[in-house]
Design a protein around this ligand. Structure first.
Ligand SMILES: Nc1nc2c(ncn2[C@@H]2O[C@H](COP(=O)(O)OP(=O)(O)OP(=O)(O)O)[C@@H](O)[C@H]2O)c(=O)[nH]1
Length: 203
């Protein structure tokens, strides 16, 4: 049986959302900053412990706010598919305080506006640009403590530039989505590079 997991990647402008997704899917990184103008949809598949899982990764441009209802979601083409995601990756730049404030607000909006019964949708907080950690603005311990203990969310720091912890991020996410057969997902997901690349489409 093939299961599809819909993953929404959100964050302020320039924090590295697209870089994370592209590093995960294509093992590539670009220093060039190309702002995301419209929502991009990638449809890769991952093989985990011998089972194929379809992923729908949605790379969103920065959004003004999380849509409060389906009507608002559909009125804004950039937001489509946001409310029905199975998991959220909220990315901030460890060198930019405002980008952390942005995801803080977004997380609160997600919790307040998601439909009843879906409040257990996993949210993973990602501190990107770990390679620039000399410019870190909030101590790692403080963020990690807040995110894990108070928010009860996963916390991972990564560097899309150096492909550091990118695989870990997606494997942790899939585990938290509740993929029952994914106990050893970290090893198995390494095969993702050989996946159906032709099915990765940018819409
Ligand atoms: N040093 C460093 N630079 C990064 C990293 N990830 C992304 N960047 C750079 O940050 C800039 C923005 O990256 P994007 O992936 O376009 O960021 P984004 O969040 O998708 O941006 P928008 O779509 O405009 O919101 C680019 O110049 C990237 O090269 C990282 O891990 N380390």
């Amino acid at each position: 049986m093939v299961t599809t997991f819909k993953i929404a990647v959100l964050g302020a402008q320039g924090v590295g959302k697209s870089a994370i997704v592209r590093q995960f899917l294509y093992n590539e990184f670009s220093e060039v900053c190309v702002p995301t103008k419209a929502r991009r949809v990638y449809l890769p598949a991952v093989v985990m412990n011998g089972h194929v899982h379809d992923l729908q990764i949605l790379d969103f441009p920065p959004i003004a706010s999380f849509p409060v209802n389906t009507l608002q979601e559909w009125a804004d083409t950039c937001c489509r598919g946001l409310r029905s995601a199975h998991a959220y990756i909220l990315v901030y730049d460890i060198c930019c305080f405002d980008s952390f404030e942005y995801i803080k607000t977004l997380r609160q909006q997600i919790l307040e506006t998601r439909v009843i019964g879906t409040t257990d949708t996993p949210i993973i907080i990602v501190g990107n640009k770990r390679d620039l950690q000399k410019g870190r603005v909030i101590p790692r311990w403080n963020v990690s403590n807040l995110v894990k203990k108070t928010w009860k969310c996963g916390y991972i720091e990564c560097s899309a530039k150096y492909n550091w912890h990118i695989l870990l991020l997606f494997s942790e996410l899939l585990k938290s989505v509740g993929c029952a057969r994914c106990k050893h997902v970290h090893t198995a997901i390494r095969f993702q590079g050989a996946l159906r690349r032709n099915r990765c489409t940018i819409m």
